[in-house]
Design a protein around this ligand. Structure first.
Ligand SMILES: Nc1nc2c(ncn2[C@@H]2O[C@H](COP(=O)(O)OP(=O)(O)OP(=O)(O)O)[C@@H](O)[C@H]2O)c(=O)[nH]1
Ligand SMILES: [Mg+2]
Length: 259
């Protein structure tokens, strides 16, 4: 019995959402990886549909991490600052190419005094979202340190990265364009995908999280397919290594743990 409520209609992803800037994108293909599309069509996505992918959101205090998550998950915006103490999380359920897919969005504290509590929750992330304020150049400089700290707890080859400029509504187009050049450089250096959003107006917020869900899903399916093909190879080896057992006259000894 499926005790979970159906996925909301506005959380259904049928096509790969586009990147924000081609210069700093995880990839620029216009559709899902063909292997992923066919695996979904043939219902060969294994455990992906039952798993919950962990996304951690890090960055300086007051850059707007909580507001970003709240705009997407609850469609609300609070203009008063309430520091996150430690961590908080929200669940979001999607359906991607017909497969259920859940994201657990971990909102972490940017304040130094709460950072050590927050960092204990960094482990096991599938994606790291590093947020800075587009009107505060220091917060962009600090993103490298946030990334380094988050990577201490995660395998760099297994996580996907997003660099997100927040509070876009507060900068003029000229100020924004100037800052974007630096942000794109940082994103390229980190091999992160770059986005700029406003949680106050909602600009790009939904598109950003859809892209996070789609790319995390794509990498989960590819990893699952790789694991299942490795298992198949492993099975073949086991069968052939057991062949000699077919000719054993005496029954094999029980392993010690079963005695
Ligand atoms: N104008 C504008 N203000 C924003 C935006 N996003 C956040 N803010 C404001 O920035 C302040 C900090 O936002 P939070 O989301 O609480 O910041 P945070 O990164 O979660 O901070 P910590 O929890 O301390 O790490 C609040 O006063 C928000 O109202 C935005 O897109 N535009
Ligand atoms: Mg917060």
């Amino acid at each position: 019995m499926n005790i979970l409520a159906p996925v909301r209609r506005d959380r259904v992803i049928t096509d790969l959402p586009p990147c924000f800037r081609k210069e700093a994108a995880l990839h620029t293909r216009s559709s899902f990886h063909p292997t992923v599309s066919s695996a979904c069509q043939e219902q060969r996505t294994g455990t992906v549909g039952f798993k919950i992918s962990k996304i951690i959101v890090v960055g300086d205090l007051s850059v707007g991490k909580t507001c970003l998550i709240n705009r997407f998950c609850k469609d609300t915006f609070d203009k008063n600052y309430k520091a996150t103490i430690g961590v908080d999380f929200e669940m979001e359920r999607f359906e991607v190419l017909g497969v259920p897919f859940s994201l657990q969005l971990w909102d972490t504290a940017g304040q130094e005094r709460f950072k050590c509590i927050a960092s204990t929750y960094y482990r096991g992330a599938q994606a790291i979202v590093i947020v800075f304020d587009v009107n505060d150049v220091a917060s962009l400089e600090h993103t490298r340190q946030w990334l380094a700290d988050a990577l201490k707890e995660n395998d760099p080859s297994n996580v996907i990265l997003f660099l997100v400029g927040s509070k876009k509504d507060l900068s003029t187009p000229a100020q924004y364009n100037l800052m974007e050049k630096d942000a794109l450089k940082v994103a390229q250096e980190m091999q992160a995908e770059y986005w700029a959003v406003s949680s106050l107006t909602g600009e790009n917020v939904r598109d950003f999280f859809f892209r996070v869900a789609a790319l995390t899903f794509e990498s989960s399916v590819l990893a699952e397919l790789e694991r299942s093909s490795a298992r198949r190879i492993g099975d073949t080896v086991r069968i052939s290594s057991n062949e000699s057992d077919l000719y054993l006259s005496a029954p094999r000894k029980k392993p010690k743990c079963c005695q």
